[in-house]
Design a protein around this ligand. Structure first.
Ligand code: 6GU
Length: 228
């Protein structure tokens, strides 16, 4: 997959995605990450990319034209264009799975008070990563690219690593343990040492349901609604 990010601060996205699993996916060519900076398309020598909001109010608004020109530089036929904004629909695992099916994503990061509304004419989707406000779309781009990249073929070593995990079944995951079997007088649940895969699988499903009911009852209600 290819992802291009339209951003005034490409390093805020490039650097956090240079290590670990996503960094490896980039080195292996499974993810190709590119950038286009609206600053390079500013119409004056100062490099201006923002202006005062019409109608008054605090803060500055990103101008449509430099963002549009940066988008035009990277957009191809079939690109899926996403504007990152706290006003967008909320990212969840289902959305990440859908995004992972595209060949080319373009993520547009807003800054200041946002981007001139008219840029949305050129977007397929407005996306948020949760109900809180960030200073810009860049940390959201990092989150989205991470969530999508780990779903791409060959990125995770074990093909089934994304099947039983948290949210895959609409539930939080059961707890994990590794050696030693006793640590600071705390024991690993006996069943996990039993070698009985059927019992272990039943225990994990039950633990996942209990944890989800306690911590995220909204997910239980959602899972039940989606059953019918
Ligand atoms: Cl995509 N952008 C900004 N600025 N804040 C956010 C967000 C995006 N998602 C949640 N908060």
């Amino acid at each position: 997959m290819r992802i291009d990010v339209v951003t005034l601060f490409p390093e805020m996205v490039d650097i956090p995605l240079s290590d670990s699993i996503v960094g490896r996916a980039r080195k292996e060519g499974r993810l190709k990450l590119g950038f286009a900076n609206p600053r390079d398309f500013s119409e004056d020598r100062r490099g201006t990319v923002d202006d005062k909001p019409y109608g008054g109010g605090t803060g500055m608004v990103m101008m449509a034209e430099p963002v549009y020109k940066a988008l035009k530089r990277v957009k191809k036929k079939g690109s899926h264009v996403i504007v990152l904004t706290p006003k967008g629909g909320k990212l969840d695992q289902k959305t990440a799975l859908e995004l992972a099916t595209h060949k080319h994503l373009v993520l547009i990061c807003g800054h200041y008070e946002g981007i001139d509304e008219r840029i949305n004419r050129f977007a397929d989707l407005e996306l948020s990563i949760g109900d809180y406000v960030l200073t810009g779309g860049e940390p959201a781009a990092v989150v989205i690219i991470d969530a999508v990249t780990r779903l791409l073929p060959g990125v995770l070593k074990k093909e089934d690593a994304t099947i039983n995990e948290t949210f895959a079944e609409g539930l939080l995951e059961a707890p994990h343990y590794t050696r030693p079997g006793v640590w600071r007088r705390m024991k690993v649940p006996e069943v996990l040492l039993s070698g009985n895969h059927k019992l272990i699988s039943e225990w994990r499903f039950s633990a996942a349901k209990d944890l989800t009911a306690k911590r995220r009852p909204d997910l239980i209600r959602k899972a039940k609604l989606e059953e019918v």
